[in-house]
Design a binder for this molecule. Sequence first.
Ligand SMILES: Nc1ncnc2c1ncn2[C@@H]1O[C@H](COP(=O)(O)OP(=O)(O)OP(=O)(O)O)[C@@H](O)[C@H]1O
Ligand SMILES: O=c1[nH]cnc2c1ncn2[C@@H]1O[C@H](CO)[C@@H](O)[C@H]1O
Length: 434
Amino acid sequence: MKFPGQRKSKHYFPVGARDPLLVQTKPQAEQSASYIVGIDQTLVDIEAQVDVEFLQRYGLSKGHSLLVTDSVAEAIYQELQSRRLIESQFAGGTIANTLHNYSVLSDSASVLLGVMSQQIEVGGYAYRYLCNTSSKVDLNYLQPVPGPIGRCFTFVTDDGDRSFGINAGLMNRLTDDYVPAELIQGASALVISAYLVRELEGDTIKQATLKAVQQAQAAKVPVVLTLGTRFIIDEQPLWWREFIERYVTVLAMNEEEAEALTGFKDPLLAADKALEWCDLVLCTAGATGLFMAGYTEEETRRETSHPLLPGAIAEFNRYEFSRPMTRAACERPCRVFAHIAPYMGGPDFIKNTNGAGDGALSAILHDMAANRYHRQMVPNSAKHQQACLAYSSFSQLCKYANRVSYEVLKQSSPRLSRGLPEREDSLEEAYWER
Ligand SMILES: Nc1ncnc2c1ncn2[C@@H]1O[C@H](COP(=O)(O)OP(=O)(O)OP(=O)(O)O)[C@@H](O)[C@H]1O
Ligand SMILES: O=c1[nH]cnc2c1ncn2[C@@H]1O[C@H](CO)[C@@H](O)[C@H]1O
């Protein structure tokens, strides 16, 4: 496990096994027991640059993810091919992207549950999917299916925004016998998306996901939900509120999804509302940066040394130096909020914003898993006198998530091909210390 985020490590963090004191503290097996599990619809992103007229012609919605039938998918594919518009075909899926990035950032294992074509052709979609996934993502639990995985037409318009047309194939046929209880119970977190409920007749992935969620809850493994696209939430916001209240510890969303869920357009108010149902919220807001909200113990909360920020909640970042806890773990829960503007104002040129939000979530997951790893390695550390959800403060979590989003934008790919630089050689090295 690498240290989460980059900063001067004034806290003790066992990154290697060479320290003799550390080796004595815990057996080796426990180190390798640190992993996260995710469930996803296995699909390949077929990326193409198009104009808004193209989206309208095929009944797609700008900035969102909609299902397309086989015949529409074929027509789209033919047009993209004949006009030579396809730029890349690369493994996608919001959770698989998140797991891949988590593994790249943390240098640690994650496990993907989903389906995979049992018959694989070199160069085909399934083949590409496997080739484009980090070797630290364990694909051994995938369920074989007798047909294609999904295709996600990823349309990038002139403004860099992305819109999706999903052709499902057999991506929704995961059954609950491919959700091993032991695997879920031993994880640092279970990660799912709202997309998993978008099923057609005969699909089983929603049921399989529910089983996994219940197993995680019973084993006190945090359930992390990302909302995916606003349309799914718009369809049944009350169902989602109840689902979150019942099962979810960490909620990730962008400001549109946040509005669909809570009715609040302002990301800060939306995050505040969502804290009625869950414990920790990440709300990304494009060029406005990102917000986090959560709980901490009132007695041990820490005041920021940064300027206090104005907003719908006055001076909302006052306690951003505190570490997040579940509401249930606090004797006197106190709400904490934090915000950060895009790292260095964002890259000079943004070709495509696809996956920037997934990137932010993978950073949060890394920090959460690092906390558990550290607790296993150094259980009597002062860091664990209280049961915190993450290793770092809200403020550091924001920085790290934001830095990873920047890297996704800079690499123009939802899946990082490399982690963060070991040293930031820009003038912004101080960013991590501020
Ligand atoms: N136009 C932009 N300029 C600067 N930074 C940006 C821009 N768009 C996104 N970012 C960065 O990326 C982060 C996540 O962006 P965004 O809110 O667009 O995610 P998202 O809609 O959830 O994306 P996805 O669903 O594709 O993963 C932002 O918090 C910000 O740090
Ligand atoms: O229906 C879906 N299920 C799973 N993943 C999806 C769906 N629609 C879009 N994405 C994925 O979201 C990522 C960016 O956040 C893209 O890489 C795309 O593959």
